[in-house]
Design a binder for this molecule. Structure first.
Ligand code: SF4
Length: 354
């Protein structure tokens, strides 16, 4: 099946385009300064598009200012009141996300679709296992219930002639998620937004999300991704980047290898690895960097890394290495400075990893 591709603001999604990273504002949208600062901070880490909930008119009006002060596509998330969807489109958002089942009836849904078509704004249709209502239990599986609900909704979009549609079919169960997205990928040409909903806090949420989305990403399914965590939004971006790199879906995401430390550890690995992670947050290449606790096993274990540092027996002294070969021994600051310079040069394409 030929899959669709189209623009969402400045970014292309769909067939032949990289899977894009999304997250959502974590405070009320009319706190404009907060929303702008969060968006701009996260976009420097690789966030591709930002979603904001629209609860009232103040949120809808705020979108215009947020849009003017940020560089990435902005998505408005609307429930219950279709007029907020119209206002968000008037404010210039790049996509809207609605649940057609709760937007106030079919006539209002058609008004939203007609306006989106007129303004050339894609719509993300969100149907998830928590909002199935009359479709719950209609088929043999939750996944098929979701697809049944979606089929009825899509009929309205087809009648209105809107093709720029993104589907979101979230579930909080990794098995259901894999089933519903695999079936949707085979059945519809529309780009798919992946994410496990209500995944949880920190480590637990990352594990659940990874179990749900990694098999899909590895098969080439998924055009945008969110790892929803009850945690700092920075952690969501890092989790998305890790999944996309490991699934082979992006070539502009670095990898950080850190040893777990053991009785041979000669330096405090954690603070050093945090400094390196902070550096890599703003790097857009496929460089692999290692932070190892000792040279005994560390350099050999990290021999695939493009660059790395390993603690020595002397206080605050590190070996700098590349592909398993030691380049020199330096004090912490100089070792980090040299490491970061090599990472920058790799990004510029001046150094080639062997
Ligand atoms: S690199 Fe050294 S300190 Fe780290 S786990 Fe391996 S042996 Fe232990």
């Amino acid at each position: 099946m030929k899959r669709l591709q189209f623009a969402i603001g400045s970014k292309m999604i769909g067939e032949g385009h990289p899977c894009l990273i999304q997250t959502m504002g974590d405070q009320k949208t009319d706190k404009v300064d907060y929303a702008v600062s969060l968006t701009n901070r996260l976009s420097k880490m690789g966030l591709d598009m930002m979603r904001f909930s629209v609860l009232d008119k103040n949120d809808a009006f705020a979108l215009k200012e947020i849009k003017a002060k940020t560089m990435i596509p902005i998505i408005a998330d609307i429930h219950f009141d279709y007029t907020f969807a119209l206002m968000a489109m008037e404010a210039g958002v790049d996509k809207i996300r609605i649940n057609p089942g709760n937007i106030g009836g079919e006539a209002n849904l058609r008004l939203v679709i007609q306006e989106a078509k007129k303004k050339n704004i894609p719509i993300r249709i969100g149907v998830n296992s928590g909002s199935l209502n009359k479709y719950r239990g209609k088929t043999a599986s939750k996944a098929d219930d979701i697809l049944l609900a979606l089929d009825e909704t899509l009929e309205v979009f087809r009648e209105e002639g809107l093709e720029k549609i993104v589907l979101s079919l979230k579930s909080s169960n990794p098995h259901d998620l894999e089933e519903v997205y695999t079936k949707a990928y085979e059945k519809y040409p529309y780009p798919l937004h992946l994410g496990l909903t209500e995944s949880g806090y920190s480590t637990n949420g990352c594990i659940k999300s990874a179990l749900g989305v990694f098999p899909l990403l590895s098969k080439g399914i998924g055009d945008t991704l969110r790892v929803s965590l009850a945690d700092d939004r920075e952690e969501e971006i890092r989790a998305c980047k890790t999944l996309l790199r490991l699934a082979g879906r992006r070539k502009d995401i670095p990898d950080l290898v850190v040893c777990p430390t053991c009785g041979r550890t000669l330096v405090d690995v954690k603070p050093i690895s945090r400094l390196v992670q902070a550096k890599l947050d703003a790097v857009f290449s496929d460089v692999q960097v290692a932070v190892m606790g000792c040279p005994v096993n560390g350099i050999g274990e990290a021999k695939d890394a493009d660059y790395g540092i390993a603690g020595t027996g002397m206080k605050d002294t590190y070996l700098l290495f590349s592909k398993g070969k030691v380049l020199g021994q330096y004090q912490k600051e100089e070792a980090l400075e040299k490491l970061f310079k090599m990472i920058d040069e790799y990004e510029k394409g001046n150094l080639q990893a062997k």
